[in-house]
Design a protein around this ligand. Structure first.
Ligand code: ADP
Ligand code: MG
Length: 384
């Protein structure tokens, strides 16, 4: 696929230090909506010093007495984004470093967690005018590839899938549910479309289209509440010569995940289909919280198998990966309980230690003789 003779290969860069072996946790506060303002909602969250989140008010006067002891509770994260933060800043602070690591052949994942309406999809996908992390990451990836001398040698593949009701579906070519299986690269969905991308322009369109295929159902809480988890996978593959002038194949994988609403299903509509659906959402997110707990407590057995979502996130949580969590919260006092719940899990996620990602590489060609090796080295020295 990558004819070494046709393409000029770069030489292995000095390895960047990797992002550490802890999940990085960020919080993003969304602005109060017009409707909320008009409805007289108060703001119950304050962000101080770009790190600390203060919960300042309660849902209503009755809650006030029950929750009094929590008044003024504060949390500290790797960074907290106030409601004025632009998409580019969220991207640069949370994800840019992972993109650099993916270009060195490491794995990275970013997931957005929070209640419906808290700003997960806005953060991940964004709009055509203000593209989110998914699009900015791909844009940055292409810019960085172009800046390297070995341009033309990199292949970028995208796949976009959803987990809905414990079923995995391809968002780029909707059809029958996909089956998960484990291979040497981790958990994969058999038959998933791998779309070869050449530029950012086509990608935004593709993702918007994919997002239209996401399962959304009206619920009492929110008319277009997203009930599914969406996962964008970006795989970058390229070849370089290592210090011994062998040709090595490097593969870096970036997973960008927009989780379904974390609010309790019981708080919405519990009848018939919706209740089954709610139970499954609970199953996935419950499984996620059990995994987080088990990882924090350093347990030997992590219950990834309990849901499709945790099977797919296995690499990201406990595997060979640099992981970022963005917790999305609403400023509205009516969402106090959900905000508190989100901050609780985000705070807990800070404790997870992951195995920091190693470079995924495989030697695919060695120089034919020692003379060839020496020649190649000499050429390289001349070039520099
Ligand atoms: P979620 O995916 O968590 O359910 P959305 O991303 O759909 O929530 O956000 C709910 C609404 O709030 C949308 O109309 C979205 O455009 C808006 N919104 C969310 N975050 C922001 C933000 N940071 N700036 C401006 N509007 C936002
Ligand atoms: Mg959403």
């Amino acid at each position: 696929k990558f004819g070494a003779s046709e393409t000029k290969l770069g030489v292995s860069e000095t390895k960047v230090p990797n992002c550490g072996s802890r999940i990085m946790v960020f919080v993003r506060l969304r602005p109060m909506s017009k409707k909320e303002k008009e409805g007289g909602s108060r703001c119950c969250v304050r962000i101080v010093n770009r790190r600390d989140v203060y919960l300042t008010e309660f849902a209503n006067e009755n809650d006030y007495l029950r929750l009094k002891r929590l008044r003024g509770r504060h949390f500290t994260f790797d960074a907290s984004f106030p409601d004025s933060t632009c998409q580019q800043e969220v991207y640069s602070t949370s994800t840019a470093e992972l993109v650099e690591a993916v270009l060195q052949g490491r794995n990275g994942s970013v997931f957005c967690y929070g209640a419906t309406g808290a700003g997960k999809t806005y953060t991940m996908l964004g709009t055509l005018e203000s593209p989110g992390v998914m699009v900015l990451a791909i844009k940055d990836l292409f810019t960085k590839i172009r800046q390297r001398s070995c341009d033309g040698n990199h292949a970028v593949h995208l796949s976009y899938l959803e987990v809905y009701n414990e079923t995995v579906r391809d968002l780029l070519s909707p059809g029958r549910p996909l089956v998960l299986r484990e291979d040497k690269q981790g958990m994969v969905a058999a038959g998933l479309t791998q779309y070869r991308a050449y530029s950012t322009d086509e990608v935004m369109q593709l993702l918007q289209q994919g997002n239209q295929n996401r399962t959304t159902e009206p619920t009492r809480c929110n008319e277009t509440s997203s009930r599914s988890h969406a996962i964008l996978q970006v795989v970058v593959e390229y070849q370089v010569r290592d210090a011994s002038m062998n040709v090595v194949n490097r593969v870096g994988k970036l997973s960008l995940i927009d989780l379904a609403g974390s609010e309790r299903a019981l708080a919405t509509d519990q009848r018939t289909v919706r209740s089954i659906e709610g139970a499954n959402i609970n199953r996935s997110l419950l499984a996620l919280s059990s995994c987080i707990n088990a990882l924090v407590e350093g347990k030997k057995h992590i219950p990834y198998r309990n849901s499709k979502l945790t099977q797919l996130l296995k690499d990201s949580l406990g595997g060979d990966c640099n992981t970022v969590m963005i917790a999305n919260i609403s400023p509205c006092n009516l969402s106090f309980g959900e905000t508190q719940n989100t901050l609780h899990w985000a705070d807990r996620a800070k404790e997870i230690r992951t195995k920091a990602s190693e470079v995924n590489e495989e030697v695919v060609e060695v120089p034919e003789s020692e003379t060839d090796r020496a020649k190649l080295l000499l050429e390289l020295q001349k070039e520099n």
